[in-house]
Design a protein around this ligand. Structure first.
Ligand SMILES: *Cc1c(COP(=O)(O)O)cnc(C)c1O
Length: 368
């Protein structure tokens, strides 16, 4: 293994290997207990993750996508409402808006952080704008001071999409605490990932929390009395038990990725390395570099056996499923340019310094 020149994009088994005994006994405990949905592990994980994030309420759901959808449903958003968000994100940020019946309105990004540009947002606000979804892309917090100001001064709901940013902070405050509510994903590759799908809604609003709790279980308040049309979207006991164990390592694993980022930062040449805004603690869900020779670089890395991925090659406003929104190429130029220039490099807990150096060499050789 030591001299294998290949470096994978991600390797999740290293997390498991490190805390195998604890995970095994947590998972076996659920199997032996025979309780699989809405049981004690889920309840405990909701409390522990809410405490970790610094909010009053956590509600476990089946995915990050459902967390976004259920927040908007619980806020009563639907037909005729507009929800403003970034075009440079995973599709779930916007498709959950459409699934609620509301209209996604897409804004451009800041070129350095790849996050929502408050100026572009202001141009797209209308009297129908009911909510803003800020995404902390790649694990770097969005500009929550200015975005919060825009939402707050107009009485618009602010929702955080924290799917890539568990534990990231801005001026010492964790993401997930800035808005009306936040959505987290526990998809396996996210900073805190399960062995399958999972998600959580975080909020300080007790009524919103109750509403999400009801909607995730077919809209039932009292058992078999259905107050509203809900969905079936729960975080199961096996995932919750595993996530409880992994939560204990999250800060350490985030720190380890920052160490890898520091090696990349000093070893890479010829690419723009990630910007970190003042007061930000980045968690590097992705380590994303930028170059106008991106396609060539990606090809060379493939040949060298070095993993890489493009997040995201097509901004949301140009996705076929959103053709009906009427955007054209050129409408959100900063995001369109980014989508042609970004490439993410191997970044995961347990990547060795040797592998990290190998990635730097491969990038530097490709662009030399
Ligand atoms: C992963 C992700 C989601 C969706 O989470 P799932 O758990 O996969 O449904 C939403 N938004 C962003 C930015 C993501 O990266």
């Amino acid at each position: 293994m030591g001299c294998d020149p290949a470096v994978p994009m991600v390797n999740l088994s290293l997390q498991y290997e490190e805390i195998r005994d604890e995970i095994d006994s947590a998972v076996l405990g659920v199997l032996e207990g025979g309780r699989f949905i809405l049981g004690p592990e889920e309840k405990a994980f909701e409390n522990e993750f809410a405490l970790y994030t610094g909010v009053e309420h956590g509600i476990g759901v089946a995915s990050g996508t459902d967390a976004l959808f259920l927040v908007m449903r619980a806020l009563g958003l639907g037909a005729g409402d507009e929800v403003l968000t970034t075009t440079f994100s995973f599709i779930a940020t916007a498709d959950s808006i459409a699934r609620c019946g509301a209209t996604p309105v897409l804004a451009d990004i800041e070129p350095l952080t790849f996050n929502l540009d408050p100026g572009s947002m202001l141009e797209r606000l209308t009297p129908r704008t009911k909510a803003i979804i800020a995404v902390h892309l790649y694990g770097h917090p969005a500009d929550m001071d200015r975005i919060g100001e825009i939402a707050g001064s107009r009485g618009i709901f602010l929702i955080e999409d924290c799917a890539q940013a568990h534990g990231a902070t801005l001026k010492g405050r964790k993401v997930g605490t800035f808005g009306t509510a936040a959505a987290f994903s526990f998809f396996p590759t996210k900073p805190l990932g399960g062995a399958g799908d999972g998600g959580m809604v975080c909020t300080n609003d007790p009524r919103l929390a109750e509403r999400v709790r009801m909607l995730r279980a077919h809209g039932a308040g009292e058992k078999y009395i259905h107050e509203a049309l809900g969905v079936n979207s729960r975080l199961d006991e096996l995932q919750a038990a595993l996530l409880r164990v992994k939560l204990g390592s999250l800060d350490r694993w985030n720190e380890a990725r920052r160490t890898v980022a520091a090696i990349y930062g000093s070893g890479l040449e010829g690419v723009q390395t990630p910007f970190v805004a003042p007061g930000v603690e980045h968690v590097y869900h992705q380590y994303t570099v930028r170059t106008d020779r991106r396609d060539e670089l990606k090809r060379e890395l493939d040949v060298a056996g070095v993993g890489s991925n493009i997040y995201y090659p097509v901004p949301i406003h140009l996705q076929p499923c959103f053709k009906y929104l009427g955007y054209s190429a050129g409408d959100l130029p900063v995001s369109e340019k980014a989508s042609k220039e970004v490439v993410s490099l191997p970044m995961y807990y347990g990547i060795t310094p040797e592998q990290t150096h190998r990635v730097c060499e491969a990038v530097n050789e490709a662009l030399a």
